[in-house]
Design a protein around this ligand. Structure first.
Ligand code: SAM
Length: 248
């Protein structure tokens, strides 16, 4: 396991219980998120349904919501403590420990996948590995719904959710994410882009992609330098003391 996976896992192991408590009502107060998730669920069910994975599920709040919408959904998370909390919070649902960099799932096995802010701790140079995994496990035509933080910088959090931790958070320009998803063999589902300014935590984006029937490309593309269209932004300070680092 690489260093960033170790530190991310250890950090979420530390904060798991408090993260669950702090974010328990978040979705109830986020009508736009519920709308995106609702359309995603409707589209997956409209396409015949099938297994859906919440990849980087944390305490399972999105997994639980999608299950309520009728999806056959399970969660996977890097952090064993998060998985313990998710099983406690949603005892009827399945949660497994695993990493999005090497999913223990069959090729073409999912009708849908959700990555809800779960790639924000992946160094940009490693995103192609994760996105190829997303494509590999999605059946052709399967849908990927992603939420991520917009920008072009990274922040090191040494304190958040009431705990000391060691966590890097990477923002990425939407065009770069789009390019990497396209390289991985996904095509953007039209009319599916949700932007949000996010006064507290900076700009965010939700976007939906479809696994194309085409083969997954095998080349790993190096992350290009900072995109001049995106200015420098203040690091998110949600309880954390940020040490800004250049991203990709
Ligand atoms: C910001 S939290 C979001 C959790 C959940 N999606 C939510 O919205 O509440 C990020 C989650 O992604 C998980 N994560 C980070 N990198 C991962 C990886 N490579 N594979 C699986 N999970 C990962 C973390 O353990 C953490 O639970």
């Amino acid at each position: 396991m690489t260093d960033h996976l170790h530190t991310t896992r250890a950090s979420y192991d530390t904060v798991a219980a408090d993260y669950e408590t702090l974010l328990r009502e978040e979705l109830a107060n986020s009508p736009f998120d519920r709308a995106m998730l609702g359309v995603f669920a409707e589209r997956v069910l409209g396409g015949g349904g099938g297994p859906v994975a919440d990849l980087g599920c944390g305490p399972g709040r999105i997994t639980g919501h999608l299950a309520e919408l009728g999806l056959d959904v399970f969660g996977i998370d890097l952090s064993p403590e998060m998985v313990t909390v998710a099983r406690w919070a949603h005892p009827r649902l399945r949660f497994d420990v695993g990493t999005a960099t090497a999913l223990d799932l069959q090729d073409d096995s999912l009708a849908g996948a959700v990555s809800w802010y779960s790639t924000v701790h992946t160094p940009p140079a490693e995103l192609p590995v994760v996105f190829r995994e997303f494509r590999r496990v999605l059946a052709p035509g399967g849908l990927l719904l992603m939420a991520f933080k917009v920008g072009d910088e990274s922040v090191h959090l040494s304190h958040a959710y009431g705990h000391d931790l060691d966590l890097d958070v990477y923002r990425c320009p939407p065009d770069r994410i789009a390019g990497l998803l396209t390289d991985a063999g996904l095509v953007e589902a039209p009319g599916w882009c949700g932007r949000r300014k996010g006064r507290r935590r900076g700009p965010r984006r939700r976007t939906c992609w479809r696994a194309s029937p085409a083969d997954v490309t095998s080349g790993v593309r190096a992350c290009p330098g900072p995109d001049p269209r995106y200015g420098r932004r203040r690091p998110g300070r949600r309880g954390g003391r940020g040490r800004r680092r250049p991203s990709c």
